[in-house]
Each structure stands twice: as C-alpha cells, then as structure tokens.
Design a protein. Structure first.
Lengths: 1043, 402
C-alpha cells in the first residue's frame, strides 16, 4: 500500500502539489477559528445554581433552598456529583457532569428540573444558573473610580454609590453587548436604594405599625394602564401614573387617618438615599472602588473577546459623566500575546535554524527548502486537526512541538534521494556524458530512493506516536493539561508522516531535476574523515565501548533518582494573585479596612503596578466568598521598569510574603489569577488525603471529624492535618418566647417579620428613574440597627394599639453558629484533610483506614468517604503500570515487524537508554527537576533514537546481504548513514535551542523539554554512530562464522 | 538485558514523575516530647521531671512527676515553678506530694502564657530549666500598629450608667385639673373668661344668680391654669354639671410603661431622661403604679415641667431610665471587648507585645463595662481596632473554603 501511494505521489506529482493549496486554504481558515488561550482549560463540566436569599442565615438557606434544589437534581443523566454550600444570603449548588457532556445539554436538564421546584421554594426565591463560562472565563477586569474632588452634575460628590450606579446603568449595558461576553459581574460600591427609616417612637405616637407603613408604600407606588377610548375617530390611550419618583413624593404617601388627620410617611419616618446591605466590596491600591469583570462565553477565543472588551471600554468613556475614571486592570490579551509571542519566536527561530542546517549539510538549497516546507505545511495540518478535535492553542499544546522532530522523516527521504540522484547522474555522465537523467528514470529513482527509507521513517513516526500513549491514559486535571500537548504532537507527527509520504517525493520529483552536485558539503566530508578512523577504533575496542555505554546508563539511572520532581508545571501568568484570609465572622467593613492596609504595603513594592481585590461575594455569585476572604490581584510592571529586572517571580513572591506577613490579622495563599479561578471552580480536596464525614447533625459531624483528626495525628507520616472550618460565625439569635407572645396576642411570624424588617429591611417596591430602577426599602435607622443593646427595647406594635418591647417577647442570644454548610451528593459533610510526609501514600492510607475503622465510632446514619489526590495518584499509577509495559511491547512489535528479527529489534532498542542518558545529564547540568514536560522530551528522544537506529541498521543489513562481508558492510553502511544521522540530530537539537534558552512566558513548560532533547540527541547520535555498529557486528559475528 | 534496563528506566521515570504528589508538603513540625502523663519532659543528668497543667474537673493546677535514675521520687525534694507573665507579674508555685503526683499550690490562671522557670533541689543538687510558653500573644511593630489604627487606653475606675428605654404617654395629674360647677343652681348672668384664657387661683370666672336666694355669687377659679372647657354661656341655667374645666399644664406626668422584664431594675427615685417632641428633659420617677385592669405593665410616673406649654396630655414620649449608676474601681471600654474561645477578653499591650486577658465582667452600659477580675488597674489595653489583634491571634485557623 505504501509503495502504491509513493508511486502515485511521484507519478501524479503535480496533482499532489496542487493539493498543498487545499491544505493551505483549509489550514488558514482553521487558524482563524482556532481558540487561542494561554493555558489549557482544566475546568470540569459544571453548572452552578445560585439562589440569592437576602437575610437567610446558612441554616435557613440550606434547609429551605439548597435541599430543595439538590433533591430536584437527583438522577440527572450524566451526573457525576453535586456539591453545595449555604452561606449568609446565598445557596449555591454546583452540579458536575461527566466529562464530555455538552454544557448546553447539561444546562437544559438543570433548567428543566429547576422549573419544576419553583413552587417548593420560599416565595421570591429564584434559583439562577451561573454564567456559561469556564475557569478561563474571567478575561477582563476594570475599575470605575472618581477623580479627586469630582462631583455629579447636581453637586453631590461622586461616591461609591454614584460610581456603582454609573457602572450598572452606563458601562455594563454597553459592555454586555460585546460578542463572546456572557456576563459583566460587578463587585464594590453600593446599590442605590431609597430608604424609609421609621422612628419607633413616632410610630407609637401615631399608632402606626411597621406593617401598615410597608403596605401603604406598596399600595401607593404603581402606574396602571387602562385600555383606550375612541373619540372623534382618534384613539386615546388611558393610563393612571402613580409611581413614586422622588424623596418628596415618598414622604407625602398617606398611611392612614388618625383622629381625622392624615398620617404621612414624613410624620413617622425619614426618607433618604441609602446603602444596600452588601455582601461584597472591591478595593484598588488601598481605596474602595467598583470593579467590573467580563466573563467570556465558554469556547470563545479569549484574545479576541478581551480585545473587543478593551476597545468597547474606550468607546464607553465619552459617555461617562466628567470626573469618572474607567481603567482596565486585567486584560487576558497581554498574557495570551506574550504566550503566543514565545511560541512564535521559538518556532520561527527553530525553523530558520533547521533550514540553515539542511542547506549546510545537503549542499542543495532546493532540497533544503523542500524539507523546510514540511514545517509550515504540517503546522497548518495540525491547526486544522486541533480545530476539529477541539484542542485550543496554548502554551501546553504548542509548547512541545519541535520542528526538528517533525522534519526528521522528510530529511531522511530527501537526503537519500539526493544521494541516489547524484550517484545516478555520476554513472550516467560516465556512460553518455550529459549527466542528466531522462524523466522516467529520474522518477523511478526518486520512487526507489524514497521507498528505500520510507519504511524505517514511517516506523519511526509510528513509534514516537505510540510512545505518547501513556499520556493519553492520564485522567482528571493532569489529563486535561497534557492531552492537548500529546494530541498536538501526535497530529503534527502524523501530518508530517503523510507529507513525507506524498508531498516530499512529489516535490523532489518536480524540483530536483537539474544537476545534483555529487560532491558532498565540506562539513560532511570533514565529519566522514573523522568518523571512519573513530569507528574502526571503536570496532577494535568494542568491549570497552560497550561496557562504557553500560556504565553510563547505570550512572545516569542513579543520577535520575537524585533529580527533584514536579508533576504539573506551573505556568507563569505574569501576575500574582493572593488570597487574604481573615478569621470567619470578620465583617465586610473591617475586612475592607484590613485590605486597605494590605494593599498599601503591596503597592509599596517598586515592581507592582496595580493591586485590586475582591472581597466577599460579587453580584453574580460566581465565586461565593465570605466577607472575611479577599482575592487580590497584583499586576506587575513590565520587567524593564523593575529596579532589578533579573529578579525572578519566585523571589518577588518570597519578598512579598515576608512583607505582608507583618500586617496583623491576615493569612495568605499565593497563587496566580487563572490558577486561582481554576482552584475555585474545581474545588476538590487538594490535600493528599481527604476524609469526608457525611451525616445529618452538624455538631455530630464536627465531633466525628475531631475524632478522626485525633486518630490521624497519631499515624506516622501525617502532616498539615486540618478540619474544615464550619463554625465560628457569631450570630445574634432572637428566640421568640411563645408564652409571652400569646399573652400579647402576637404570632411568632409577627415578631420575625418585625425583626427582619427592622434589621435587614423590607423591600416594598421600586423607584424608577427612567431606565434605572432602585429598590424602596423600609428599615430601622442605622444608629438603632447597629446597637444591639437598644434592640432589646425595640417596641412591637400590638393589635390593640399598644406596644411591647422586644425583650419582653423574645430572648436575645449571641452565640457562634455555622458560618457555612457544605454538602456533597445531597448530604451534609465535613472534611478532614492531611498530607503525607516521608512515607508511601498507599501504606499511609491503608493504615488510616484500618485505624479509623477500629478507633472512631460513628453513629448510625453517618458514613465516611476517602478522597484526595491519593486517589488520582493511585489510579494514574495503576493505569501507567499497564500502559507503559504495553507501550514498550508495541514498540518492540513494531521494530520486529520492520526487521523481521528479534535480535535486531533489541539492538535498536539499546538506543533508547543511551539516548535517555544525555537527557538526564543535561537536566542535571541545568539543575532542573523531572517533570511531565521533561518526560515528553524523553519520549521524543526514544523515538529519535529508534528512528536513527532503524535507518542505520536497515542500510547495514542491506549492504551485508549485497556484499556478504559483515565488517565492510558495517563500516560502509555507517559511513553512508553518517549524513542523515547527523542531519536529523542537528535539526532536532538546533530546532530546540531557542526553546531551551527562552525565559519568556511559557518557558517553564518548554525549557525542560528542549533541554532533555538537546542533551539526549547528542548522546543518542554518539550511540547510533558507534555503539550500534559495534553491537551489530558483535551480535552477528557468529552467523558469519557459521556461514 | 537492555530491554529490562529500558523497562526499569521507564518505570523509574513513571514513579519519579508521580512522586511529587507524595512529596507535596514541605517542612516538618516540631513535636515536643510528651511524657506519659501528657506533660512536658525535663531532663538533666539522671533526673527527669514531667510537668503538666491538669485541668480536668478542677481549676487548672500544676502536677509533676520526678524520677531519679528512672525511679519515682516521692519525697525529699524541693520543686518550684515561677511563671513570669507579660507585664511583669510573677506567679510562684511550690509542690507537695499527693497520692501519686506532686501537686502545685494554687490555680494556674488563664491565659497560660508565660515564661516558665523550674527549680528542683534534689539530693543536695539544684537543677534548673526555663522555657517560653505563650498562647494568645502576638507582637506587632509600633509603626504597623499605628498604621492599622490600633489605639490603647489605661484601665482604671469609671462610671457605669445603665439605661433602659421605655415609652409612655403624658397625662395631667388629677390635682391639676379642676372642674368648676355652680354651687347653687341658678342663672348665669355674666361670663368672664373665654376658652384658653389663663386664670389665677381666685379669679372670678362667672357670676351666677341663685335660684333659691336670687342672690348673685361669683364662681372663682380653684387653681391657676388654663381654661380648657367652657360649657356655659350667659343666660343659661347652671345645674349640677360642671361649667368650666381648668387645667394646670405647667407640669405634666409622663406615665412610662415598665414591662415585667424591666420591672426588677426600676425603682422610684431613679433618674429618667424623657424625650417628647424632640425635647429632652431630666426627671425622677416619683412613683410606680400598677395599672388598672389587666395590663401586664407597671407605670412609672415622672413629673415633667411644661412652662411654655409645648407639651400636652396624650403625647407619646420615650423615657430612658437610668437604672444603675455607680462608679466602680475598674472599667473597660466596650469597644475593647472581644470573644475568644469561651471567654470575653481584652488585649493588653506591653511594648510590642499584645496578649489576651480573659475577663470576669460585671455591670455594663452602652459604653463601658465593669471588670471584676482578669485585669489590673493601670494595664494598657487595646481599645480601637481590637478586632485586629483577635484576628491575628486566631488567623492560623482561618481557611479558604468555597
């Protein structure tokens, strides 16, 4: 079949070449549709269901909302699991679907179920699904600030509330229209509200209850349409406007008549613009601000969308009132551009180096260009494949591409064709004199020359592809990180393979028709003159060579164990993110004060450009944090503006950590913006071992968790043991005294309504100002609300017109309560986490399980579940234990298929360990850890080593069969193959040099890979040139003797 | 052979690549050696002392176990523990042998945060140990503290004035309202005063001609006040009903409702600040009256001056009754109080160090609270932003969970 394709390619060469145009066209079209981002998306398929429940405590939110929502989701198709949390004012249920589920399908299912339970929820509660976005979704952030001393047109200062109004009603509607933006999420400032704040004494004096006040406002604030009438042929619409539009109008609303006089709102209450009870705030550089975040729709191109948002932001600016400063603080474009620039630079430089090497060694520019043409063509084919497979372009997926490797097959083919053509021309010139071959002969020659080497190079590519199999067996986060990388490399290799099977021979047939120089380039000649004596010497001291090689492998194996290791590389996003954690129960205003001090300190670093923070929960609860937690984003200045541009990010983080540690009351976790978002969304147990206790009663759960903690502490190797913090929210409980209530003719509900309206406020309608709409709220004046002592004396109106103080009918109690309730799969849970040190994880988990089973007694209805990273490790190890040997067997099988000889297959296989030695040594020299990136390098190396060995041995064997003398065949064959071996080695290693030296964004993925390949290729080349011939001669000596 | 090597290497790589998960954590916690009784082990030569604070079922006390060459010593030794607390206070403990342990004399008061010095005299030799054992103590540099807005004050004597808020209505007292009627029925011949006129006691209100004697007599005002009702005109017959109402509103009575829950605190003679129509006036509770009927509250009556006549009966007023006003030796500002574990604490400051002081509290008003124990007069404690100190001490427990 291969031969048929080859023959077709050579004969229909112009057709094949014109197909390139198709490939280019499709490739360019695909490139425009290729999602480009900085890092791979590791978010699972999830739908967040947020229900805002103003005033609800965690317990009520769980009981009334979370439970109902969770129950409704039971039995959804493709459901992986649900988890939920219930906080003050919020219920969030996260539904995670199995990998591969279509997000729109999933949302439809959820939506359908939510529709069915609306009636089961308390009135006014509306579960909403979170935006259709992934962890990569937060692509753009901006702040809205007031310039010094700026005022609004009416002279009032531009305060946080005014800025929020500008954000909500001017900026947001415009930005939300940008294609690809699914949500503009706001945090910071205050929602403007109209507050009616009654004085309890004035209410009593006029005999008006809070309830009457609220109903008066409800009943006097609406417009009504009343159809139309026709008069004299004209249609008149009828309407009765009655909406309240200003403070003065609100004040004039009549509540009722007392002794013939109307009682107006103004008589019993003050009306003013007020602040909402907010759940979140934002700060920038130490002052409060309003922060908007643009969320990108899943699957969009982040660079395109971020750019569109940025340009829209500019377009919005003229529409803002004077004195308002609108500024982008985070723009994903920067990171993506940097990442793309890194990849581009590496690829371009690599490609140039490859062309130079080819030209220098082949001595033929056309041949070099034909080979180099494989680079852009295979790239275009890869991009097409990526778009089809839904792989996005990012640092991981493009980071492992090496054009040196990709052109290897083409190099071998072109080199052989040139050699054969030059030879044939030489013979022809000798016979007839003109030195040019007739077309038919030339085509035949190209076909033969290609066929001669196509098998080994196809096998080589197949082997490299097979070696990537173990990476495909990774699952979970690791899988999502590395699958794109493996997929891209495999696609590029396959594309190159197809190209070298079709386009390369066709192009050779078309373009290499002139006189081919029979003289080899001086470099090759020099190399040959050095190589021959060296090879002869190696053949003489073969035992020395072999034992030296074995010793080298052993030494490197030992060396490898001393290298550090990391599993997932950290992609440097350029900016720093940090969580500032305060103790549970810290109030928002307190948190802001602490945050301001923290930001001042961070801003003092000369490297820091901006620092912004989100505290608590934004308007759309994409990340429901309590007010005690702040997400800080530290934007760094460009490196050339640093006092010391050579300072690494890690050093800066260490300095920053030390500096902020001095600020009292905060604990920190340093991370990066995208990484932080991923962690928030995936939100699994990040410790080695997580023991989840499921059950009903929170106290019981907590007790069980503490028992488990005690057991863990006694197990050897346990470290960082922690129990999930579930309590600690101080709560003021107003317990109704039922007897007393009945004495005054009150129901519990009357009391609760009053307390809720007084403290939390009661929403009694809307005030419309054009398009803008603001809530009308009845609430006690701030000085009474804040004072818990005076709360006890709060008068409650009685049905008979009298009053009774709150303390008479209720007990006020200040006690800690759950700050949040976490549930998983529909059951309350508490997690105990632990890491493992200086001990094998498997044994540790086993011991913990048996100890807990014997020492911790759980009441009926409570159960445990073991999770954590150990699970992934266990499953990954188990899978690799099967996949790795299988891969090796497949490779051996392939080589045996190629050679029909186990012995030769094993000889070629010796190339692999020797190739790896160079990789290990170079890692060690550059002080780098073993990582998956380095592993991919090793994988590529194994492929190159096998490929070179294959080509080399194939030649030696053919020569041996032709000439019958083993020693001559070995030496001559090796000499003929010197050029292709050197070429493939040089292109592969030089192609990686820019990557190895790179320090830009994304370098952390590429550097280890390139380092390994460069080091490994050097050792692998030496092996192919010396050890392989020696080994072959040695292994086949007996056959010669016998024969 | 090479194949096996290759296999080993790949396997080795796989294991190495996955090992970072196992080595994810860093650093090793220093675990103090604990003795068989859960106490701290002190060793010197052949002598071992285990010192523990025992607090199960009893107030915290020191217990010690001493061994010489591995054998318990039950007599003939002198063991002393000296605790130096923040601020220089020193607690000394000596030990006596109980059934199976050496018991320290006295309670180890909270917080258990001090420098410990142990002196043991055994067999003529003296052994010494010393270490720091801090809890609830942090240090903050002065510039950071002032930037964070941490302000301190010195604890000392102060006044506690506790108030409760009550509401009620203004009434005129019975003695202040006079209804004037004709002594003998007869014809009203002259009316001298109009509605709203101020009259003095003895002023003539009207002239009536008696039916029996046909003599005219004068109706005189029994009290000074304002005419609030006039039911008669000249020429009408005066019968038994009242003709005039005169009320003296120069002073009024606020009848404040005191509910059962508040009743225990309220006594006659207490000062009340009455707010009516935005005007505040100080008064005193004159008497406490049970209400007629079945109402559950008691009325506290306070006399209110009304010289200008701004106030009128029936007006709703609020009364803040000062139920407690004492000067006590030690008070702390309420802003300084924070909850810490099961205690209410303040944070004392000594130089850069801040430490918890669990308090035993007495009476409290809206601004200050009496301290019964746990703090000394003259201690400098954090008033403003005391929450920061609490947050800093407890922060190791703060976690980020979603």
């Amino acid at each position: 079949m291969i031969n048929a394709i080859l023959r077709l390619s050579v004969e229909r060469r112009f057709l094949i070449l014109s197909l390139i145009l198709v490939l280019v066209g499709v490739g360019v079209w695909s490139f425009q549709r290729l999602p480009i981002d900085a890092v791979p998306d590791i978010t699972n398929v999830q739908v967040q269901i947020n229900t805002e429940a103003p005033g609800y405590s965690p317990l009520e939110a769980e009981q009334r909302i979370t439970f109902a929502v969770e129950t409704a989701l039971y039995g959804l198709p493709n459901l992986a699991y649900t988890r939920s949390l219930s906080r003050y004012g919020l219920s969030q249920v996260t539904v995670v679907f199995k990998e591969g589920t279509d997000i729109y399908f999933a949302r439809n299912l959820v939506n359908e179920r939510l529709g069915a339970i609306k009636s089961a929820l308390p009135p006014g509660m509306e579960p909403k699904m979170g935006p259709i976005a992934t962890g990569l979704g937060e692509i753009f952030m901006y702040t809205v600030e007031a310039e010094e001393g700026a005022t609004l047109a009416d002279g009032t200062p531009l305060d946080a509330m005014a800025l929020r109004e500008i954000q909500d009603w001017i900026i947001r509607p415009q930005l939300a229209q940008v294609p690809g933006v699914i949500e503009i999420n706001t945090i910071g400032g205050y929602d403007k509200q109209y507050h009616v704040t009654p004085s309890p004494q004035r209410l009593l004096a006029f005999g008006v209850s809070m309830d009457e006040l609220a109903s008066a406002l409800r009943a006097n604030n609406s417009n009504r349409g009343a159809g139309y009438i026709e008069r004299n042929g004209q249609q008149l619409l009828v309407r009765s406007p009655g909406q309240l539009a200003s403070i003065a109008e609100i004040e004039q609303v009549v509540i009722g008549n007392r002794h013939g006089a109307p009682v107006k709102i103004a008589d019993v209450a003050d009306v003013a613009i007020g602040k909402e009870l907010r759940t979140g705030a934002a700060t920038r550089d130490g002052t409060e601000t309003v922060l908007g975040t643009a969320m990108m729709l899943v699957g969009e191109n982040s660079r395109t969308v971020a750019r569109a948002v940025a340009s829209k932001l500019e377009a919005v600016k003229p529409s803002l009132p004077p004195g308002v400063r609108l500024e982008a603080v985070y723009d994903r474009t920067t990171l993506v551009d940097k990442a793309i620039a890194t990849v581009e630079k590496n690829l371009l430089e690599g490609a140039l180096l490859v062309i130079v090497v080819l030209f220098a060694l082949l001595g033929n520019l056309r041949a070099a260009l034909i080979t180099a043409a494989v680079i852009p063509l295979s790239m275009l084919a890869t991009i097409t494949g990526m778009v089809q497979a839904g792989v996005s372009a990012n640092l991981m997926s493009l980071g492992a591409l090496d054009f040196g490797l990709i052109v290897d097959g083409a190099v071998i083919i072109v080199e052989n064709c040139i050699r054969r053509l030059a030879q044939a021309q030489h013979v022809q010139a000798h016979n007839h004199g003109d030195g040019l071959l007739p077309l038919k002969e030339r085509l035949q020659l190209v076909y033969e020359a290609t066929a001669e080497v196509i098998r080994p190079s196809l096998f080589g590519v197949a082997i490299i592809t097979v070696v990537y199999l173990p990476i495909f067996s990774l699952t979970g986060v690791e899988g999502k990180m590395f699958h794109p990388m493996a997929a891209t490399v495999v696609m590029a290799l396959l594309a190159a393979m197809v190209l070298s099977l079709t386009v390369v021979p066709a192009a050779v047939a078309v373009f290499l028709r002139g006189r081919i120089s029979e003289k080899e380039s001086p470099i090759i000649q020099g190399a040959k003159s050095l190589y021959r004596p060296a090879l002869l010497a190696a053949m003489k001291f073969r035992w020395l060579v072999l034992s030296g090689a074995t010793a080298l492998v052993v030494v490197c194996l030992l060396l490898a164990t001393t290298l550090g290791s990391e599993f997932i590389p950290q992609l440097d996003e350029g900016d720093i993110a940090l969580h500032a954690l305060r103790i549970p129960g810290t109030g928002l205003e307190q948190s802001i004060a602490m945050q301001e001090q923290l930001e001042m300190r961070i801003k003092a670093f000369p490297e820091v450009d901006k620092v912004v923070a989100k505290i608590g929960t934004p308007e759309v609860a994409t990340d429901p944090m309590p007010p005690s937690v702040a997400d800080n984003f530290v934007m760094l200045k460009p490196r050339d503006q640093w006092p010391d541009p050579s300072k690494t990010r890690a050093e800066l983080v260490v300095e920053m950590e030390a500096a902020v540690e001095e600020i009292p009351g905060n604990k920190y976790e340093f991370t990066q913006p995208i990484e932080m978002r991923f962690n928030e969304l995936i939100s699994g147990v990040r410790a080695d071992l997580g023991i989840k206790v499921f059950g009903d009663d929170l106290d019981q759960l907590f007790a069980a968790a503490n028992d488990i903690q005690a057991v863990l502490e006694s197990v050897e190797g346990a470290a960082d043991i922690g129990v999930e913090q579930v309590t600690g929210l101080p709560m003021l409980s107003v317990h109704p005294r039922r007897m007393a209530l009945s004495r005054y003719g009150l129901n519990v509900e009357d009391l609760q309504d009053l307390v809720a309206a007084s403290i939390g406020g009661e929403n009694v309608g809307m005030v419309y100002e054009g398009d803008r709409r603001f809530e009308l709220v009845v609430r006690l004046p701030e000085n009474l609300r804040r004072n818990t002592d005076s709360l006890a004396h709060l008068p409650i109106s009685l049905p008979d017109g009298g009053y009774v103080p709150l303390s008479e009918v209720a007990t006020l109690e200040l006690a800690p309560a759950p700050n949040q309730i976490s549930r998983e799969n529909g059951k309350r849970r508490v997690v105990v986490t632990a890491n493992v040190r200086n001990r094998d994880l498997g044994g540790f988990v086993e011991e913990v399980k048996t100890r807990i089973a014997s020492q911790v007694e759980l009441p009926p209805g409570y159960w445990l579940d073991y999770g954590g990273t150990f699970e992934q490790l266990e499953s990954a190890s188990q899978r690799l234990m099967i996949v790795v040997p299988m891969t090796l067997a497949i490779i051996i099988g392939l080589v045996i298929m190629a050679f029909g000889s186990l012995k030769d297959a094993l000889i070629i296989f010796t190339g692999v360990p020797l190739a790896l030695t160079g990789g290990v040594i170079s890692l060690w020299l550059r002080d780098m850890p073993l990582s998956i990136s380095a592993g991919v390098g090793f994988i590529a190396l194994s492929g190159v080593a096998v490929l070179n060995g294959l080509v080399m041995l194939a030649f030696i064997r053919d020569l041996w069969h032709e000439q019958g003398d083993l020693m001559t065949a070995v030496v001559e064959g090796a000499l003929i193959r010197l050029r292709p071996v050197l070429m493939t080695a040089l292109v592969a290693s030089l192609g990686f040099v820019p990557m190895a030296l790179n320090i830009g964004t994304g370098a952390e993925v590429q550097r280890p890979l390139a380092t390994v390949v460069i080091g490994g290729i050097i050792s692998s080349t030496l092996l192919t040139l010396f050890v392989l011939p020696v080994l072959y001669a040695l292994m086949h000596r007996k056959e010669v003797n016998v024969g | 052979m090479q194949f096996i090597k290759q296999l080993l290497l790949v396997m080795g790589f796989v294991c190495l690549a996955s090992s970072p998960l196992q080595a994810a954590g860093k650093g090793q916690e220093q675990v103090d050696s604990k003795g068989p009784h859960g106490g701290k082990i002190l060793e010197q030569g052949n002598v071992t002392v285990e010192l523990a604070i025992f607090e199960q079922g009893v107030p915290p006390e020191y217990r010690a176990w001493v061994t010489l060459d591995g054998k318990p010593v039950t007599g003939d030794l002198q063991l002393a523990v000296e605790l130096t607390r923040l601020g220089g206070q020193v607690d000394n403990f000596t030990f006596v042998w109980q059934d199976n342990y050496w018991q320290g004399d006295g309670v180890v008061t909270e917080p258990h945060s001090f420098d410990v010095a142990v002196i043991l005299t055994l067999g003529g030799k003296t052994y010494q140990w010393g270490w720091e054992s801090y809890e609830g103590r942090i240090s903050i540099a002065p510039d950071i503290a002032s930037a964070a807005g941490i302000k301190t004050a010195v604890a000392g004597p102060g006044a506690i004035s506790r108030k409760i808020t009550t509401y009620g209505v203004l009434t005129a007292a019975p003695e202040q309202v006079a209804r004037v009627g004709a002594r003998f029925p007869g014809l009203v011949t002259q009316v001298n005063v109009q509605l709203g006129d101020r009259v003095a006691q003895g002023d003539v209100l009207a002239e009536v001609e008696s039916n029996e004697s046909l003599k005219k007599y004068s109706l005189r005002a029994p009290i000074t006040g304002v005419v609030i009702a006039r039911l008669v005109n000249s020429g009408e017959m005066a019968g038994e009903e009242a003709l005039y109402s005169i009320a003296n509103l120069d002073s009024l009575w606020a009848e404040l409702k005191v509910f059962p829950g508040q009743r225990a605190d309220v006594r006659a003679g207490q000062t009340v600040s009455v707010t009516a129509q935005g005007l505040e006036q100080l008064g005193t509770i004159q008497h406490l009256l049970p209400t007629p009927g079945n109402s559950p509250y008691t009325l506290a009556r306070v006399k209110i001056d009304n010289p200008e006549g701004f106030l009128s009966p029936g007006l709703m007023v609020a009364g803040d009754i000062v139920v407690d006003e004492v000067v006590v030796p030690l008070v702390v500002d309420n802003r300084a109080l924070q909850s810490f574990r099961d205690w209410t604490v303040v944070f004392i400051q000594v130089d850069d160090s801040y430490e918890i002081r669990p308090l035993e509290l007495g009476r409290s008003d809206g601004a200050f609270t009496e301290v019964l124990g746990g703090l000394q007069a003259g201690d400098r404690y954090v008033v403003e932003n005391s929450y920061l100190i609490k947050a800093d001490i407890e922060k190791s427990g703060a976690s980020h969970d979603h």
